[in-house]
Design a binder for this molecule. Sequence first.
Ligand code: NAI
Ligand SMILES: O=C(O)/C=C/C=C(\O)C(=O)O
Length: 484
Amino acid sequence: MSDQVTHFIGGVPVAEGAMFATHDPVTGQPVRRVHEADRAIVDRAVAAARAALPGWAALPVAERAAWMRRLADAIEERFEELVAAEIADTGKSITQTRTLDIPRGAANFRSFAEIAAQRPESAFHLRDVLSYTVRRPLGVVAVIVPWNLPFLLATWKIGPSLVAGNTIVVKPSEHTPGSVAVLAEIAASVGLPPGVLNVVHGFGGGSTGQFLVEHPGVDAVTFTGESRTGSTIMKSVADRVKPVSFELGGKNAGLVFADADLDAAVEGSVRSVFTNGGQVCLCTERLYVERSVFEEFTARLAERAGRLKFGRPADEDTTMMPMISAEHRDKVLSYYELAKDEGAEVRAGGGVPRFGDDRDGGYYVEPTVLTGLPRDSRVNREEIFGPVCHITPFDTEAEAVELANDSEYGLAATVWTSSLNRAHRVAGSLEAGLVWVNTWYLRDLRTPFGGVKLSGIGREGGTHSLDFYSEPTTITIKLEPGHD
Ligand SMILES: NC(=O)C1=CN([C@@H]2O[C@H](COP(=O)(O)OP(=O)(O)OC[C@H]3O[C@@H](n4cnc5c(N)ncnc54)[C@H](O)[C@@H]3O)[C@@H](O)[C@H]2O)C=CC1
Ligand SMILES: O=C(O)/C=C/C=C(\O)C(=O)O
Protein backbone atom coordinates (compact mmCIF):
# COMPACT_ATOMS: atom_id res chain seq x y z
CA MET A 1 0.00 0.00 0.00
CA SER A 2 1.02 3.61 -0.48
CA ASP A 3 2.40 5.62 2.45
CA GLN A 4 -0.52 8.03 2.03
CA VAL A 5 -3.71 6.77 3.69
CA THR A 6 -7.05 7.96 2.33
CA HIS A 7 -10.64 7.53 3.48
CA PHE A 8 -12.87 5.04 1.65
CA ILE A 9 -16.37 6.36 1.02
CA GLY A 10 -19.05 4.99 -1.28
CA GLY A 11 -16.62 2.47 -2.73
CA VAL A 12 -13.88 4.93 -3.71
CA PRO A 13 -10.77 6.43 -2.06
CA VAL A 14 -11.22 10.01 -0.81
CA ALA A 15 -7.97 11.94 -0.35
CA GLU A 16 -9.33 14.96 1.51
CA GLY A 17 -8.82 16.57 4.92
CA ALA A 18 -5.79 17.81 6.83
CA MET A 19 -2.82 15.44 7.01
CA PHE A 20 -1.19 13.88 10.06
CA ALA A 21 1.76 11.51 10.40
CA THR A 22 2.00 8.10 12.07
CA HIS A 23 5.26 6.79 13.48
CA ASP A 24 7.04 3.45 13.38
CA PRO A 25 7.11 2.23 17.01
CA VAL A 26 10.38 0.37 16.30
CA THR A 27 12.37 3.52 15.43
CA GLY A 28 10.09 6.48 16.12
CA GLN A 29 10.46 7.57 12.47
CA PRO A 30 7.42 8.81 10.47
CA VAL A 31 5.82 5.97 8.54
CA ARG A 32 2.58 7.22 6.92
CA ARG A 33 0.71 10.40 6.05
CA VAL A 34 -2.98 10.09 6.84
CA HIS A 35 -5.95 12.28 5.94
CA GLU A 36 -8.11 13.35 8.90
CA ALA A 37 -11.87 13.32 8.32
CA ASP A 38 -13.61 16.52 9.43
CA ARG A 39 -17.38 16.79 10.01
CA ALA A 40 -18.13 17.22 6.30
CA ILE A 41 -16.20 14.08 5.34
CA VAL A 42 -17.84 12.08 8.14
CA ASP A 43 -21.18 13.37 6.84
CA ARG A 44 -20.41 11.99 3.38
CA ALA A 45 -19.39 8.61 4.81
CA VAL A 46 -22.59 8.33 6.85
CA ALA A 47 -24.67 9.41 3.83
CA ALA A 48 -22.97 6.75 1.67
CA ALA A 49 -23.69 4.09 4.31
CA ARG A 50 -27.32 5.23 4.56
CA ALA A 51 -27.79 5.19 0.78
CA ALA A 52 -26.43 1.63 0.61
CA LEU A 53 -28.54 0.39 3.54
CA PRO A 54 -31.86 -0.56 1.86
CA GLY A 55 -30.21 -2.65 -0.86
CA TRP A 56 -27.79 -4.38 1.51
CA ALA A 57 -30.40 -5.04 4.20
CA ALA A 58 -32.77 -6.53 1.61
CA LEU A 59 -30.26 -9.16 0.46
CA PRO A 60 -30.97 -12.67 1.74
CA VAL A 61 -28.59 -13.50 4.59
CA ALA A 62 -27.05 -16.27 2.46
CA GLU A 63 -25.96 -13.65 -0.07
CA ARG A 64 -24.45 -11.40 2.58
CA ALA A 65 -22.67 -14.47 3.97
CA ALA A 66 -21.28 -15.14 0.49
CA TRP A 67 -19.84 -11.59 0.45
CA MET A 68 -18.18 -12.28 3.80
CA ARG A 69 -16.53 -15.39 2.37
CA ARG A 70 -15.31 -13.39 -0.65
CA LEU A 71 -13.73 -10.86 1.72
CA ALA A 72 -12.06 -13.67 3.68
CA ASP A 73 -10.68 -15.22 0.47
CA ALA A 74 -9.33 -11.84 -0.63
CA ILE A 75 -7.71 -11.27 2.78
CA GLU A 76 -5.92 -14.58 2.36
CA GLU A 77 -4.80 -13.60 -1.16
CA ARG A 78 -3.30 -10.33 0.15
CA PHE A 79 -2.10 -11.91 3.39
CA GLU A 80 1.54 -10.76 3.25
CA GLU A 81 0.53 -7.20 2.33
CA LEU A 82 -1.74 -7.08 5.39
CA VAL A 83 1.02 -8.53 7.56
CA ALA A 84 3.41 -5.80 6.33
CA ALA A 85 0.82 -3.04 6.91
CA GLU A 86 0.13 -4.24 10.46
CA ILE A 87 3.82 -4.50 11.32
CA ALA A 88 4.60 -1.04 9.88
CA ASP A 89 1.99 0.53 12.17
CA THR A 90 2.54 -1.50 15.35
CA GLY A 91 6.06 -3.04 15.38
CA LYS A 92 4.49 -6.45 16.11
CA SER A 93 6.61 -9.53 15.45
CA ILE A 94 6.11 -11.23 12.11
CA THR A 95 5.43 -14.52 13.89
CA GLN A 96 2.52 -13.13 15.91
CA THR A 97 1.14 -11.13 12.98
CA ARG A 98 1.16 -14.17 10.70
CA THR A 99 -0.36 -16.53 13.26
CA LEU A 100 -2.82 -14.30 15.15
CA ASP A 101 -3.66 -10.85 13.81
CA ILE A 102 -4.24 -11.41 10.10
CA PRO A 103 -5.59 -15.00 10.13
CA ARG A 104 -8.16 -13.88 12.74
CA GLY A 105 -9.30 -11.21 10.27
CA ALA A 106 -10.18 -13.86 7.69
CA ALA A 107 -11.67 -16.11 10.42
CA ASN A 108 -13.84 -13.23 11.67
CA PHE A 109 -15.54 -12.98 8.26
CA ARG A 110 -15.77 -16.72 7.68
CA SER A 111 -17.14 -17.67 11.08
CA PHE A 112 -19.86 -15.00 11.11
CA ALA A 113 -20.85 -16.04 7.58
CA GLU A 114 -21.43 -19.59 8.85
CA ILE A 115 -23.14 -18.56 12.09
CA ALA A 116 -25.53 -16.12 10.39
CA ALA A 117 -26.39 -18.44 7.51
CA GLN A 118 -27.20 -21.34 9.86
CA ARG A 119 -29.10 -19.38 12.50
CA PRO A 120 -32.60 -20.82 13.03
CA GLU A 121 -35.55 -18.46 13.34
CA SER A 122 -37.85 -19.05 16.30
CA ALA A 123 -41.60 -19.41 15.94
CA PHE A 124 -44.16 -20.47 18.53
CA HIS A 125 -47.49 -21.83 17.37
CA LEU A 126 -50.06 -22.27 20.12
CA ARG A 127 -53.61 -23.26 19.11
CA ASP A 128 -54.78 -20.35 16.94
CA VAL A 129 -51.93 -17.95 17.73
CA LEU A 130 -48.63 -17.77 15.85
CA SER A 131 -45.79 -15.78 17.41
CA TYR A 132 -42.48 -15.36 15.69
CA THR A 133 -39.58 -12.98 15.52
CA VAL A 134 -37.97 -11.26 12.60
CA ARG A 135 -34.62 -9.54 12.98
CA ARG A 136 -33.81 -6.33 11.19
CA PRO A 137 -30.44 -4.57 10.98
CA LEU A 138 -29.81 -1.62 13.31
CA GLY A 139 -29.06 0.63 10.32
CA VAL A 140 -25.78 2.54 9.98
CA VAL A 141 -23.25 1.35 12.58
CA ALA A 142 -20.14 3.26 13.69
CA VAL A 143 -17.18 0.93 14.35
CA ILE A 144 -14.50 2.54 16.53
CA VAL A 145 -11.40 0.46 17.23
CA PRO A 146 -8.02 0.86 18.98
CA TRP A 147 -4.41 0.27 17.95
CA ASN A 148 -3.41 -2.86 19.83
CA LEU A 149 -4.94 -5.50 17.51
CA PRO A 150 -5.99 -3.24 14.63
CA PHE A 151 -7.06 -5.77 11.99
CA LEU A 152 -8.32 -8.43 14.40
CA LEU A 153 -10.54 -6.04 16.33
CA ALA A 154 -11.86 -4.13 13.32
CA THR A 155 -12.88 -7.30 11.47
CA TRP A 156 -14.35 -8.78 14.67
CA LYS A 157 -16.96 -6.01 14.46
CA ILE A 158 -17.14 -5.48 10.68
CA GLY A 159 -17.96 -9.15 9.91
CA PRO A 160 -21.06 -9.57 12.09
CA SER A 161 -22.38 -6.04 11.55
CA LEU A 162 -22.31 -6.50 7.77
CA VAL A 163 -23.70 -10.02 7.70
CA ALA A 164 -26.58 -8.83 9.91
CA GLY A 165 -27.50 -6.36 7.15
CA ASN A 166 -26.08 -3.09 8.49
CA THR A 167 -23.93 -0.69 6.55
CA ILE A 168 -20.97 0.75 8.41
CA VAL A 169 -18.48 3.53 8.88
CA VAL A 170 -15.24 2.34 10.48
CA LYS A 171 -12.75 4.60 12.24
CA PRO A 172 -9.45 2.83 12.94
CA SER A 173 -7.07 4.20 15.54
CA GLU A 174 -5.08 7.25 14.46
CA HIS A 175 -1.94 5.20 15.23
CA THR A 176 -2.80 2.21 13.03
CA PRO A 177 -4.73 3.09 9.87
CA GLY A 178 -2.83 0.75 7.50
CA SER A 179 -4.46 -2.69 7.64
CA VAL A 180 -8.05 -1.39 7.56
CA ALA A 181 -7.06 0.82 4.61
CA VAL A 182 -5.95 -2.37 2.82
CA LEU A 183 -9.29 -3.97 3.77
CA ALA A 184 -11.06 -1.05 2.05
CA GLU A 185 -9.04 -1.76 -1.11
CA ILE A 186 -10.02 -5.42 -0.78
CA ALA A 187 -13.71 -4.50 -0.46
CA ALA A 188 -13.45 -2.48 -3.69
CA SER A 189 -11.53 -5.22 -5.47
CA VAL A 190 -14.15 -7.92 -4.71
CA GLY A 191 -16.94 -5.56 -5.77
CA LEU A 192 -18.68 -5.14 -2.41
CA PRO A 193 -21.58 -2.78 -3.15
CA PRO A 194 -20.42 0.86 -2.74
CA GLY A 195 -21.31 2.43 0.60
CA VAL A 196 -21.69 -0.85 2.50
CA LEU A 197 -18.25 -0.48 4.10
CA ASN A 198 -16.83 3.03 4.55
CA VAL A 199 -13.62 3.99 6.36
CA VAL A 200 -12.72 7.40 7.78
CA HIS A 201 -9.43 8.22 9.47
CA GLY A 202 -8.65 10.68 12.22
CA PHE A 203 -8.46 11.18 15.96
CA GLY A 204 -11.01 10.61 18.75
CA GLY A 205 -12.42 13.42 20.92
CA GLY A 206 -12.85 16.72 19.00
CA SER A 207 -12.14 14.90 15.74
CA THR A 208 -13.39 12.14 13.43
CA GLY A 209 -14.34 9.66 16.19
CA GLN A 210 -16.52 12.13 18.06
CA PHE A 211 -18.07 13.52 14.83
CA LEU A 212 -18.96 9.98 13.82
CA VAL A 213 -20.53 8.68 17.05
CA GLU A 214 -22.51 11.93 17.50
CA HIS A 215 -23.76 11.93 13.92
CA PRO A 216 -27.59 11.76 13.79
CA GLY A 217 -27.35 9.38 10.83
CA VAL A 218 -25.48 6.79 12.92
CA ASP A 219 -27.87 4.33 14.58
CA ALA A 220 -25.50 2.39 16.86
CA VAL A 221 -21.90 2.38 18.08
CA THR A 222 -19.58 -0.55 18.64
CA PHE A 223 -16.33 0.35 20.38
CA THR A 224 -13.22 -1.29 21.78
CA GLY A 225 -10.78 0.77 23.82
CA GLU A 226 -10.18 2.45 27.13
CA SER A 227 -13.00 2.50 29.71
CA ARG A 228 -12.85 6.31 30.01
CA THR A 229 -13.34 6.63 26.25
CA GLY A 230 -16.31 4.26 26.45
CA SER A 231 -17.84 6.47 29.10
CA THR A 232 -17.26 9.60 26.95
CA ILE A 233 -18.85 7.93 23.92
CA MET A 234 -21.82 6.85 26.03
CA LYS A 235 -22.41 10.46 27.05
CA SER A 236 -22.11 11.58 23.40
CA VAL A 237 -24.86 9.19 22.29
CA ALA A 238 -27.08 9.41 25.38
CA ASP A 239 -29.47 12.02 23.96
CA ARG A 240 -30.30 9.77 21.02
CA VAL A 241 -30.29 6.58 23.15
CA LYS A 242 -28.17 4.76 20.57
CA PRO A 243 -27.39 1.11 21.30
CA VAL A 244 -23.74 0.60 22.28
CA SER A 245 -21.53 -2.46 22.51
CA PHE A 246 -18.35 -1.82 24.48
CA GLU A 247 -15.26 -3.96 25.05
CA LEU A 248 -13.23 -1.86 27.47
CA GLY A 249 -10.19 -2.09 29.72
CA GLY A 250 -9.12 -4.73 32.20
CA LYS A 251 -6.97 -5.24 35.26
CA ASN A 252 -7.00 -8.97 34.85
CA ALA A 253 -6.10 -11.40 37.61
CA GLY A 254 -4.24 -14.70 37.29
CA LEU A 255 -4.60 -17.18 40.18
CA VAL A 256 -1.85 -19.78 40.62
CA PHE A 257 -2.62 -22.56 43.11
CA ALA A 258 0.09 -24.76 44.62
CA ASP A 259 -1.46 -27.84 42.98
CA ALA A 260 -0.93 -26.36 39.49
CA ASP A 261 1.55 -27.65 36.93
CA LEU A 262 4.07 -24.91 37.68
CA ASP A 263 5.87 -25.17 34.32
CA ALA A 264 2.55 -24.57 32.55
CA ALA A 265 1.61 -21.77 34.95
CA VAL A 266 4.92 -19.96 34.38
CA GLU A 267 4.84 -20.35 30.58
CA GLY A 268 1.14 -19.48 30.46
CA SER A 269 1.79 -16.36 32.52
CA VAL A 270 4.67 -15.35 30.24
CA ARG A 271 2.09 -15.37 27.45
CA SER A 272 -0.68 -13.72 29.42
CA VAL A 273 1.49 -10.89 30.76
CA PHE A 274 3.81 -10.14 27.83
CA THR A 275 1.98 -11.03 24.58
CA ASN A 276 1.75 -8.05 22.22
CA GLY A 277 3.89 -6.12 24.72
CA GLY A 278 1.12 -6.52 27.31
CA GLN A 279 -1.09 -4.40 25.05
CA VAL A 280 -4.14 -6.67 24.95
CA CYS A 281 -7.15 -5.95 27.12
CA LEU A 282 -7.02 -9.63 28.19
CA CYS A 283 -3.45 -9.49 29.50
CA THR A 284 -2.80 -10.36 33.14
CA GLU A 285 -1.55 -7.45 35.28
CA ARG A 286 -2.28 -8.93 38.73
CA LEU A 287 -1.00 -12.37 39.67
CA TYR A 288 -1.98 -14.06 42.94
CA VAL A 289 0.17 -17.07 43.84
CA GLU A 290 -0.31 -19.54 46.71
CA ARG A 291 2.35 -18.80 49.31
CA SER A 292 4.08 -22.21 49.20
CA VAL A 293 5.01 -21.71 45.51
CA PHE A 294 5.18 -17.89 45.49
CA GLU A 295 8.99 -17.58 45.59
CA GLU A 296 9.63 -20.27 43.00
CA PHE A 297 6.94 -18.95 40.65
CA THR A 298 8.11 -15.34 40.98
CA ALA A 299 11.78 -16.19 40.42
CA ARG A 300 10.92 -18.26 37.34
CA LEU A 301 8.60 -15.65 35.81
CA ALA A 302 11.20 -12.93 36.40
CA GLU A 303 13.90 -15.07 34.80
CA ARG A 304 11.69 -15.73 31.74
CA ALA A 305 10.85 -12.01 31.47
CA GLY A 306 14.57 -11.27 31.29
CA ARG A 307 14.96 -13.72 28.39
CA LEU A 308 12.25 -12.29 26.12
CA LYS A 309 13.80 -11.24 22.84
CA PHE A 310 13.73 -7.66 21.57
CA GLY A 311 14.43 -8.56 17.93
CA ARG A 312 13.29 -6.71 14.83
CA PRO A 313 9.69 -7.46 13.80
CA ALA A 314 11.02 -9.46 10.83
CA ASP A 315 13.05 -11.83 13.07
CA GLU A 316 10.99 -14.95 13.61
CA ASP A 317 12.23 -15.41 17.20
CA THR A 318 11.30 -11.88 18.36
CA THR A 319 9.06 -12.05 21.44
CA MET A 320 8.97 -8.43 22.67
CA MET A 321 7.46 -5.58 20.68
CA PRO A 322 7.53 -1.85 21.35
CA MET A 323 4.74 0.22 22.87
CA ILE A 324 2.53 1.85 20.24
CA SER A 325 3.62 5.46 20.76
CA ALA A 326 5.97 7.72 22.72
CA GLU A 327 2.96 8.84 24.75
CA HIS A 328 1.96 5.30 25.66
CA ARG A 329 5.59 4.34 26.43
CA ASP A 330 5.77 7.32 28.79
CA LYS A 331 2.52 6.26 30.45
CA VAL A 332 3.84 2.72 31.04
CA LEU A 333 7.17 4.07 32.32
CA SER A 334 5.33 6.41 34.68
CA TYR A 335 3.78 3.29 36.27
CA TYR A 336 7.24 1.70 36.55
CA GLU A 337 8.35 4.81 38.50
CA LEU A 338 5.12 4.90 40.51
CA ALA A 339 5.65 1.25 41.50
CA LYS A 340 9.06 2.15 42.92
CA ASP A 341 7.57 5.17 44.75
CA GLU A 342 4.80 2.96 46.15
CA GLY A 343 7.46 0.60 47.54
CA ALA A 344 7.56 -2.25 45.00
CA GLU A 345 10.42 -4.68 44.70
CA VAL A 346 11.39 -4.82 41.02
CA ARG A 347 12.09 -8.50 40.26
CA ALA A 348 12.68 -7.97 36.51
CA GLY A 349 12.93 -5.03 34.15
CA GLY A 350 11.63 -1.68 35.30
CA GLY A 351 13.35 0.45 32.66
CA VAL A 352 14.09 1.00 28.97
CA PRO A 353 16.32 -1.35 26.94
CA ARG A 354 19.28 0.16 25.08
CA PHE A 355 20.19 -1.24 21.65
CA GLY A 356 22.92 1.06 20.30
CA ASP A 357 21.03 1.31 16.99
CA ASP A 358 17.96 3.01 15.49
CA ARG A 359 15.66 1.15 17.89
CA ASP A 360 16.82 3.55 20.61
CA GLY A 361 14.46 6.04 18.92
CA GLY A 362 11.59 3.54 19.25
CA TYR A 363 9.10 3.02 22.04
CA TYR A 364 10.44 -0.04 23.86
CA VAL A 365 10.15 -0.75 27.58
CA GLU A 366 11.48 -3.71 29.55
CA PRO A 367 9.17 -6.56 30.56
CA THR A 368 8.70 -6.00 34.25
CA VAL A 369 7.80 -8.14 37.26
CA LEU A 370 6.92 -6.46 40.57
CA THR A 371 6.16 -7.67 44.09
CA GLY A 372 5.55 -6.15 47.50
CA LEU A 373 2.75 -3.66 46.81
CA PRO A 374 -0.43 -3.40 48.87
CA ARG A 375 -3.75 -4.21 47.18
CA ASP A 376 -4.82 -0.54 47.18
CA SER A 377 -1.68 0.72 45.41
CA ARG A 378 -2.43 2.47 42.11
CA VAL A 379 -0.21 -0.05 40.29
CA ASN A 380 -2.48 -2.83 41.54
CA ARG A 381 -5.69 -1.00 40.66
CA GLU A 382 -5.20 0.94 37.41
CA GLU A 383 -4.91 -0.49 33.89
CA ILE A 384 -1.31 0.00 32.73
CA PHE A 385 -1.56 -1.77 29.33
CA GLY A 386 2.11 -2.70 29.15
CA PRO A 387 4.41 -5.71 29.71
CA VAL A 388 4.15 -5.67 33.49
CA CYS A 389 2.56 -7.58 36.33
CA HIS A 390 2.52 -7.45 40.11
CA ILE A 391 2.57 -10.72 42.08
CA THR A 392 0.94 -11.11 45.52
CA PRO A 393 1.02 -14.24 47.72
CA PHE A 394 -2.21 -15.73 49.13
CA ASP A 395 -2.98 -18.39 51.73
CA THR A 396 -6.50 -19.64 51.01
CA GLU A 397 -8.75 -20.10 48.00
CA ALA A 398 -11.31 -17.70 49.45
CA GLU A 399 -8.63 -15.03 49.87
CA ALA A 400 -7.45 -15.54 46.27
CA VAL A 401 -10.98 -15.08 44.93
CA GLU A 402 -11.55 -12.04 47.13
CA LEU A 403 -8.30 -10.40 45.95
CA ALA A 404 -9.05 -11.15 42.30
CA ASN A 405 -12.53 -9.63 42.57
CA ASP A 406 -11.26 -6.50 44.32
CA SER A 407 -11.14 -4.45 41.12
CA GLU A 408 -13.29 -1.93 39.28
CA TYR A 409 -12.68 -4.01 36.14
CA GLY A 410 -13.98 -7.48 35.26
CA LEU A 411 -12.83 -8.60 31.84
CA ALA A 412 -10.72 -11.77 32.01
CA ALA A 413 -9.13 -14.06 34.60
CA THR A 414 -6.86 -17.07 34.49
CA VAL A 415 -6.84 -19.97 36.98
CA TRP A 416 -3.94 -22.42 37.24
CA THR A 417 -4.80 -25.60 39.18
CA SER A 418 -4.82 -29.38 38.71
CA SER A 419 -8.11 -29.76 40.61
CA LEU A 420 -11.19 -29.84 38.40
CA ASN A 421 -13.42 -29.15 41.38
CA ARG A 422 -11.39 -26.10 42.36
CA ALA A 423 -11.26 -24.88 38.74
CA HIS A 424 -15.04 -25.03 38.44
CA ARG A 425 -15.65 -23.49 41.89
CA VAL A 426 -13.17 -20.64 41.50
CA ALA A 427 -14.04 -19.85 37.87
CA GLY A 428 -17.70 -19.51 38.81
CA SER A 429 -16.84 -17.13 41.68
CA LEU A 430 -14.77 -14.69 39.65
CA GLU A 431 -16.36 -11.40 38.59
CA ALA A 432 -15.18 -11.56 35.00
CA GLY A 433 -16.72 -12.06 31.58
CA LEU A 434 -14.04 -14.59 30.61
CA VAL A 435 -12.18 -17.15 32.73
CA TRP A 436 -9.47 -19.39 31.31
CA VAL A 437 -8.36 -22.48 33.26
CA ASN A 438 -4.81 -23.75 32.67
CA THR A 439 -4.58 -21.66 29.51
CA TRP A 440 -4.95 -18.08 28.32
CA TYR A 441 -6.51 -16.43 25.26
CA LEU A 442 -7.85 -19.64 23.76
CA ARG A 443 -10.74 -18.40 21.63
CA ASP A 444 -13.84 -19.96 20.17
CA LEU A 445 -15.48 -17.24 18.09
CA ARG A 446 -18.97 -18.61 18.83
CA THR A 447 -18.76 -17.91 22.58
CA PRO A 448 -19.84 -14.64 24.28
CA PHE A 449 -16.90 -12.27 24.65
CA GLY A 450 -16.84 -9.16 26.85
CA GLY A 451 -16.59 -7.95 30.40
CA VAL A 452 -18.42 -6.79 33.51
CA LYS A 453 -18.03 -3.64 35.65
CA LEU A 454 -15.75 -1.03 33.96
CA SER A 455 -14.75 -3.64 31.36
CA GLY A 456 -17.74 -3.20 29.12
CA ILE A 457 -21.36 -3.45 28.16
CA GLY A 458 -22.82 -6.43 26.33
CA ARG A 459 -21.18 -9.38 24.66
CA GLU A 460 -20.03 -10.00 21.11
CA GLY A 461 -19.19 -13.38 19.58
CA GLY A 462 -21.34 -15.86 17.69
CA THR A 463 -25.06 -15.22 17.96
CA HIS A 464 -24.36 -12.62 20.68
CA SER A 465 -22.85 -10.38 17.98
CA LEU A 466 -25.76 -11.02 15.65
CA ASP A 467 -28.16 -10.13 18.48
CA PHE A 468 -26.41 -6.81 19.09
CA TYR A 469 -26.20 -5.90 15.39
CA SER A 470 -29.94 -6.47 14.81
CA GLU A 471 -33.25 -5.64 16.46
CA PRO A 472 -35.95 -8.27 16.91
CA THR A 473 -39.56 -7.53 16.07
CA THR A 474 -41.98 -10.02 17.57
CA ILE A 475 -45.02 -10.64 15.38
CA THR A 476 -48.04 -12.28 16.97
CA ILE A 477 -50.88 -13.31 14.65
CA LYS A 478 -54.31 -14.38 15.80
CA LEU A 479 -55.26 -17.08 13.32
CA GLU A 480 -58.78 -17.95 12.42
CA PRO A 481 -58.77 -21.64 11.50
CA GLY A 482 -60.72 -22.42 8.37
CA HIS A 483 -60.49 -18.87 6.97
CA ASP A 484 -58.36 -17.62 4.04
N1 NAI B 1 -8.96 -2.51 24.88
C1 NAI B 1 -8.33 -1.79 25.76
O1 NAI B 1 -8.40 -2.05 26.90
C2 NAI B 1 -7.50 -0.65 25.31
C3 NAI B 1 -7.00 0.22 26.26
N2 NAI B 1 -6.22 1.24 25.87
C4 NAI B 1 -5.73 2.13 26.92
O2 NAI B 1 -6.17 3.40 26.59
C5 NAI B 1 -5.09 4.34 26.64
C6 NAI B 1 -5.30 5.39 25.59
O3 NAI B 1 -5.15 4.80 24.29
P1 NAI B 1 -6.02 5.32 23.09
O4 NAI B 1 -5.54 4.81 21.81
O5 NAI B 1 -6.13 6.81 23.17
O6 NAI B 1 -7.40 4.59 23.40
P2 NAI B 1 -8.83 5.14 23.22
O7 NAI B 1 -9.77 4.24 23.92
O8 NAI B 1 -8.90 6.57 23.57
O9 NAI B 1 -9.02 5.03 21.64
C7 NAI B 1 -9.60 3.95 20.98
C8 NAI B 1 -10.34 4.46 19.76
O10 NAI B 1 -11.35 5.37 20.15
C9 NAI B 1 -11.23 6.61 19.45
N3 NAI B 1 -11.74 7.66 20.32
C10 NAI B 1 -11.11 8.26 21.35
N4 NAI B 1 -11.92 9.18 21.92
C11 NAI B 1 -13.09 9.16 21.25
C12 NAI B 1 -14.31 9.88 21.35
N5 NAI B 1 -14.49 10.80 22.29
N6 NAI B 1 -15.30 9.59 20.48
C13 NAI B 1 -15.13 8.65 19.54
N7 NAI B 1 -13.99 7.96 19.38
C14 NAI B 1 -12.98 8.19 20.22
C15 NAI B 1 -9.76 6.68 19.13
O11 NAI B 1 -9.50 7.57 18.08
C16 NAI B 1 -9.46 5.23 18.77
O12 NAI B 1 -9.88 4.94 17.46
C17 NAI B 1 -3.86 3.49 26.42
O13 NAI B 1 -2.76 4.06 27.05
C18 NAI B 1 -4.23 2.18 27.00
O14 NAI B 1 -3.87 2.15 28.35
C19 NAI B 1 -5.93 1.47 24.56
C20 NAI B 1 -6.39 0.64 23.58
C21 NAI B 1 -7.21 -0.52 23.89
O1 LIG C 1 -11.41 -10.87 20.17
C1 LIG C 1 -10.27 -11.15 20.57
O2 LIG C 1 -9.76 -12.25 20.38
C2 LIG C 1 -9.46 -10.18 21.29
C3 LIG C 1 -9.94 -9.08 21.83
C4 LIG C 1 -9.07 -8.12 22.45
C5 LIG C 1 -9.46 -6.89 22.84
O3 LIG C 1 -10.74 -6.55 22.80
C6 LIG C 1 -8.50 -5.82 23.24
O4 LIG C 1 -7.32 -6.11 23.43
O5 LIG C 1 -8.93 -4.69 23.34
